[in-house]
Structures are given as structure tokens and as C-alpha cells.
Design a protein around this ligand. Structure first.
Ligand code: MN
Length: 392
């Protein structure tokens, strides 16, 4: 049995599009899967055409993406519409034309992707769209294999990282063929370079924020509160919140800061029963909004809408709002649990009073005892995902 699906027909179709006098551009929304897939397509077609440019339409800020480009020498340039006149053929990998306004008005000859198909028909003469694949890197590994091209060290490592990233390290959406591709590539990839990319989680300029986070970390009800003050971008709140998720026993964290005239709270959790999306939706009653999933949520309000008397003590003001919202949510959960069970052992009133009194006290170091959250089942979350809360 063949190791991968046989793609001779597809390869012949692709070859038929390649003309020695033509210059190609492979457009991507750069992330590890797209970068690796573009590298692979470039490898397959480069000897048959005049030139192949890999062009990204987005800015790259994530340190692992930057490390990947640097350590694996990926020749990616920023796309500028003025480049159009020197390019005869366009290809798209890990994306479809309607995904990005930057792709509008370009005629694609090749589209290779694993995102769901839409009603919008793709007009590219060569298209391979397989939503059942965990990554396009897997598809490109099959193309290389079918074309008899042994992936060189840097290309193999890139494809491995693409597969890892898109399957959240062989979890989400990972299939047999993704695993088989990864295994095949491991013969050619460089494990040391892979580790260097994997370890590039933080930028040096982020470290002062971590220092601030450790200073301000304090318990907030059954969760934890972090105040970062003014931050360059709300992305840093996400980075710091994700870091605290890795602390054993920490149930949830609210990382707060001010950016572009807005107070922003990023919630992360997942080990407890607390529905953070529901908490986020009532942090800023009347002055802001919020929402999200049970384990990741966000709330924000414009500074001008914060009561004037609260602006000089924002750290404490936001703490109280989050504490109140979280406790309210916890009591609601306890009450609904009581209704279901008809035998509420500790329905919250006495317990809640004790906690309120306790939390009104001074700052304390994070309390990380016991990982089991309140044994209270939750009603379904009114989840409204926030796309800005997920890093591409
Ligand atoms: Mn992908």
C-alpha cells in the first residue's frame, strides 16, 4: 500500500500550468501552516518557471512565527499591490480567495487549502480543497512525496511545525494522514531547530510586563487578578493570561490593562466550573461590553465612560467590578445547582458572606491550593466568541 494518496493526476494538471517565462507569487496569510505550505509549493514549481515569490498579506508578530522564518530561512516578503505587474500567475495556500480582502481582484491559478468550502465557487484551474485534513502542510507533504521530491532539512522542519500548529500538537482535527506525514517528515527534519522554534514563546520586550504581572497578582474570589496598567497592545494581556493558565491549581485569571483609551480585561481559565464568558458579560454594567467562551473571554470599556472618581484608582475599581461579577455568577451557579439537586448543602449565602469579607482585605500572594473547583454544575454558557481574543 502506498504511504500517501497517489497524486500523479493532480501533479500532471499542476505541471501543465507551469511556463518557463512566467513569474509566480504564492500569497498567504502567514502562519506556520501557510508558510510551510508555500515553501513546499515553491519547491515543487520553482525549477519550471521564471521565479516564485512567497508574499504575506499580514504582519507577523508572534515570536514563534518570527523564529520559524528566521531559523528556517523562509524567503517571505510583504505583499504590495504594486508587485502585481511583475507577476503572471498567483497561487493561494492555506486560504481561499474570499478569506481575505487583500486577495480580492487577483486571479488565482492554484488554490490548495483545508478550510471548509463555501458556496462561493473557486475559479482556479487547479484546486485541491480538503477540509478533512488537519493541515495544508500534510497535503503538501503528499505532493512532495508523489513528485518524488525528498524534503530538505529546513523544508521538512517547516512542514512538521505547520502540522503541529494546525492540529494543536496532534489534538484538534488531527487525522491518521497528518500523523503519517509528520512521521515521514521526522526522517528529514531538524529536531534542534524545531525546539528553538517551539521555545520562542515570548519577545524580550514583553518581560517587563511579566515583572508587573507578578507584582500585582492577587486572589480575586476563587480566581486571580493581574493589573498591567498601560500596555502597548491588548495582545500582551492575552500573552500574560495564557502564561498564567500554565500555573498548577490556578482556576482562572483576569489580566487587565489600558490600551488605546480602553480598559480591557482578558479572562483565561478552564480548570474550574466558572463560566468566564458569562462573567465577562457583566463586568462593566452600563459602561462597556464583554463575552466569550467558558474558558476564554474578554471585557472592555472606554476610559471616558469610567466614572471620573474611579479613574485615579483604576486597578482597585476594575478589581471590585470583576470580583462582584464573578461572585454573582458563582452564586447563580450555586442557586441553579440547588434547584436541580433540591438538596443544597451550601447554597452560598453564608459562604459568600465569608468570602466577601475575606476578599475585601488587602493584597495577598496568589492562592493556588487544590485544583478542584466548586462542585457545582453549570447551565449552558451564552457564548459569543470574540475573534480578537484568538491569536492568529
Ligand atoms: Mn492551516
Amino acid at each position: 500500500m502506498a504511504y500517501f494518496r497517489v497524486l500523479s493526476a493532480q501533479l500532471a494538471q499542476l505541471q501543465a500550468l507551469l511556463v518557463r517565462e512566467e513569474s509566480w507569487a504564492i500569497l498567504i496569510t502567514a502562519d506556520p501552516d501557510a508558510l510551510a505550505s508555500a515553501m513546499a509549493l515553491q519547491r515543487i514549481i520553482r525549477s519550471k518557471v521564471k521565479s516564485v515569490t512567497i508574499a504575506r498579506t499580514n504582519e507577523i508578530t508572534r515570536p514563534d512565527n518570527l523564529a520559524m522564518i528566521r531559523y528556517l530561512n523562509i524567503p517571505v516578503v510583504k505583499w504590495r499591490p504594486s508587485m502585481k505587474k511583475k507577476i503572471q500567475r498567483f497561487a493561494l495556500v492555506d486560504s481561499q480567495a474570499h478569506h481575505n480582502p487583500a486577495f480580492a481582484g487577483l486571479e488565482f491559478s492554484v488554490v490548495i487549502d483545508h478550510h471548509p468550502k463555501t458556496d462561493d465557487p473557486c475559479s482556479a484551474p487547479f484546486q485541491d480543497i480538503r477540509p478533512d485534513y488537519g493541515s495544508v502542510s500534510t497535503m503538501m507533504t503528499e505532493y512532495l512525496y508523489s513528485a518524488g521530491i525528498r524534503p530538505a532539512r529546513l523544508l521538512a522542519t517547516a512542514l512538521q511545525y505547520g502540522i503541529r500548529t494546525d492540529t494543536a500538537t496532534f489534538g484538534r482535527g488531527c487525522t491518521d494522514v497528518d500523523l503519517r506525514a509528520y512521521h515521514y517528515l521526522s526522517r528529514f527534519g531538524d529536531a534542534t531547530l524545531m525546539n528553538r522554534i517551539l521555545r520562542s514563546e515570548y519577545m524580550p520586550e514583553w518581560l517587563p510586563y511579566f515583572s508587573r504581572a507578578f507584582e500585582t497578582l492577587r486572589p480575586c474570589g476563587r480566581g486571580s487578578y493581574v493589573w498591567l496598567g498601560k500596555v502597548d497592545s491588548s495582545d500582551i494581556l492575552v500573552v500574560v493570561a495564557d502564561f498564567f493558565l500554565k500555573v498548577h491549581g490556578l482556576r482562572w485569571v483576569a489580566v487587565c490593562g489600558v490600551s488605546a483609551g480602553r480598559v480591557i480585561v482578558v479572562f483565561r481559565g478552564g480548570y474550574g466550573k466558572m463560566d468566564l464568558g458569562a462573567v465577562a458579560s457583566c463586568v462593566f454594567p452600563g459602561i462597556g461590553g464583554g463575552g466569550g467562551h467558558k474558558t476564554m473571554a474578554r471585557a472592555e470599556a472606554a476610559l471616558v465612560d469610567v466614572p471620573v472618581e474611579a479613574r485615579s484608582g483604576l486597578e482597585e475599581y476594575v478589581f471590585q467590578l470583576i470580583y462582584t461579577a464573578a461572585e454573582k455568577r458563582r452564586r447563580q451557579q450555586a442557586a441553579s445547582h440547588g434547584e436541580k439537586k433540591a438538596a443544597p448543602e451550601e447554597s452560598g449565602t453564608e459562604e459568600a458572606r465569608r468570602r466577601t469579607a475575606k476578599a475585601a482585605g488587602e493584597k495577598k500572594s496568589a492562592q493556588t491550593k487544590g485544583a478542584a473547583e466548586d462542585a457545582v454544575p453549570l447551565p449552558e454558557a451564552p457564548a459569543e466568541p470574540l475573534e480578537s481574543d484568538v491569536q492568529a
